[in-house]
Design a protein around this ligand. Structure first.
Ligand code: URA
Length: 234
């Protein structure tokens, strides 16, 4: 058994002990020596740091098994604009930061060169917080477990615009009928916030002809935010 296996097994054992203590305490049973475990619902969490701590060591879905780091999200907690991707890739898993690989570098260029903002002015996160092995699409059940945390992030930040990146994140937020080719560049609502989907930067890297529509979508975002256009293309 590797150290990683032992760590995971211990983490699962501790989680299930904690769950049992919480259950006993909820039933009014005294457990000698046990500290009062405060289990609050995520609805009670009002800051991103607290939410991040709450998610620490998460074992809710199978993605925890292969992850090196949970990738919570980063940026301005008061951001007017939030980008939502599908899930961490290899470099994100290694660093614990969203969008830092090739696709991330393109997203950063869109934000800085295209929009004239700094990366730290916006907030960047994903539907699932742990890397799907081999960068496969996150599964339905994995997204279902993780979505409440994205929803809480959005409820805490309360951005003016959400830009959803790609098919998978689009479907997660806007429903199974969502089609990236048909629906990109259109305005939707999610949790009362205007949402615009655009192509995922990884797709743009593979399909340079997608640059133009992405730039058009970004201009829509800027218009909605009342920002001045700084460049002619991304
Ligand atoms: N792709 C995503 O969807 N999210 C990341 O954080 C990186 C790549």
């Amino acid at each position: 058994m590797s150290n990683q296996d032992i760590r995971e097994e211990l983490s699962e054992i501790f989680s299930s002990i904690k769950e049992s203590i919480v259950l006993c305490q909820e039933l009014g049973l005294e457990i000698p020596g046990a500290k009062k475990v405060v289990k609050h619902s995520i609805e009670d969490i009002s800051t991103l740091e607290e939410l991040k701590d709450y998610l620490d060591g998460c074992t809710r879905c199978a993605l925890h098994r292969d992850r090196k780091n949970l990738v919570f999200g980063e940026g301005n907690p008061n951001a007017r604009l939030v980008f939502v991707g599908e899930g961490p890739g290899r470099e994100e898993d290694i660093t614990g930061r969203p969008f830092v690989g090739d696709a991330g570098r393109l997203l950063t260029r869109i934000i800085t060169n295209g929009m004239g903002l700094r990366r730290e002015d916006v907030y960047i996160c994903n539907v699932v917080k742990c890397r799907p092995p081999g960068n496969r699409d996150p599964r339905e059940e994995e997204m279902k477990e993780c979505l409440p945390f994205l929803r809480r992030q959005l409820a805490i930040i309360r951005p003016e615009v959400i830009c959803v990146l790609g098919r998978v994140a689009g479907k997660a937020l806007l429903g199974q009928d969502f089609s990236i080719t048909r629906d990109r560049g259109r305005w939707f609502q999610y949790m009362g916030v205007p949402v615009i989907p655009t192509f995922h930067p990884a797709y743009v890297l593979r399909n340079p002809q997608a640059k133009r529509p992405v730039w058009e979508d970004i201009q829509e975002v800027m218009k909605r935010l009342g920002l001045e256009l700084k460049a002619k293309n991304g």
